[in-house]
Design a protein around this ligand. Structure first.
Ligand SMILES: Cc1ncc(COP(=O)(O)O)c(C=O)c1O
Length: 366
């Protein structure tokens, strides 16, 4: 049996008519830039989040950059974030001229909230927790810290569409939250796409302006901005897919629960721990094993796709060599980067496929 790490084709086939019609409609109207689908998607996304504003942008990386810039973060500032994430979370801080200050992960692979305060200095302006793998970080504790120290709170929700912490949607706790709709994400476009959500009228206007060449009206450039608009074709796809995201998230959670059951007790496998008070949306199902590299190779030979999120933690990347971090600074991230292995995870994964993954892993250990 062949089991890809991600399968976008099965989902497309299940919605083919709706998606093809939505795309064709954009082409028929040649509404490629600023088409009506953008506003329709933004309105529907904001409504689904119970928040005032959604601003569609070109990708999840730009979303973070736009928020940081419009919060006035730049040279001589520091922004605290987590040691294990995709590079975007840190590189956008660097792009503003500010310094990323990393905090180690906890056992849930999210920022260790107990280690944040020791990193706060007079230069700290914001904290960016990442709801990694689809599981919210300890956001209430983090919010207490940002409130106490008067810092901005930006939630990186690129992997956590509609995840919840104590019944409240991750992404609605801070000043703004950023999303990626990269094709493999829980809510994925058919190319690059992203969004920012916020309850602040003032910030929403600034985000929209900066992302559109610093203008809300053509030729009225209020500030130097960038070109980071959501593409109409992507908005059309996202609008169709938004109606299915809750069901898909539930299917992912069911698959995770099944993996948890069938992987129990195999070799030295540790299944991903879940916080009790969250709705985890399982963008990634990341197990841990001391034999990560051997197991990954073995699964590849057996046609099972896997990935590592992420093989090098951010402080140890060449891009941040100038910060002179050592593994002792981030012991958990240093350990986990050698042990984590993401198994195939998508709504359309069947029990038969997961049984095959578990059987193959069992064979590896025997
Ligand atoms: C945690 C995290 N932040 C930000 C991003 C950036 O999103 P994009 O690829 O849409 O720029 C990603 C995408 O992989 C991500 O996983």
């Amino acid at each position: 049996m062949q089991i890809p790490f991600v399968d976008l084709k099965t989902q497309y086939n299940s919605l083919k008519n709706e998606i093809d019609t939505a795309i064709q409609s954009v082409i028929d109207r040649t509404a490629f830039i600023k088409g009506s689908e953008i506003k329709e998607f933004e309105t529907a996304y904001a409504k689904a989040y119970g928040i005032k504003h959604c601003i569609g942008v070109a990708n999840g990386t730009d979303a973070i950059y736009i928020v940081l810039k419009m919060l006035g973060i730049g040279t001589d500032d520091e922004v605290i974030t987590v040691a294990n994430s995709w590079i975007s979370t840190a590189e956008t801080i660097s792009q503003t001229g500010a310094k990323p200050v990393f905090v180690d992960i906890d056992e849930f692979s999210t920022i260790d909230a107990n280690k944040i305060e020791e990193k706060i200095t007079c230069k700290t302006k914001a904290i960016i927790p990442v709801h990694l793998y689809g599981q919210p970080a300890e956001i209430l504790k983090i919010k207490q810290i940002t409130d106490k120290h008067n810092l901005y709170l930006i939630e990186d929700c690129a992997q956590a569409h509609f995840a919840e912490f104590e019944g409240q949607k991750a992404g609605t706790f801070g000043d703004a939250a950023t999303f990626s709709f990269y094709p493999g994400k829980n809510l994925g476009a058919y190319g690059d796409a992203g969004a920012i959500i916020t309850n602040s009228d003032e910030l929403a206007e600034k985000f929209r302006m900066f992302a559109n060449h610093g203008a809300l009206q053509k030729h009225h450039h209020i500030m130097p901005g960038i070109n980071s608009r959501l593409d109409t074709l992507q908005a059309a796809v996202l609008k169709v897919k938004l109606a299915h995201i809750q069901k898909w998230n539930e299917m992912r959670a069911e698959n995770a629960a099944y993996y948890d059951k069938i992987l129990q007790g195999i070799g030295d496998i540790i299944c991903p721990p879940k916080r009790k008070n969250v709705k985890h949306v399982y963008h990634v199902y990341s197990i841990r094993t001391k034999k990560r590299d051997e197991l990954m190779r073995y699964l590849k030979e057996k046609d099972i796709g896997t990935a590592v999120h992420y093989p090098v933690a951010l402080p140890f990347m060449q891009a941040y060599a100038d910060l002179n971090h050592t593994e002792a600074d981030f012991p958990m991230a240093a350990q986990y980067q050698h042990e984590i292995l993401s198994l195939p995870m998508y709504p359309e994964l069947t029990k038969e496929m997961m049984d095959y993954v578990a059987e193959t892993i069992k064979n590896f250990y025997s």
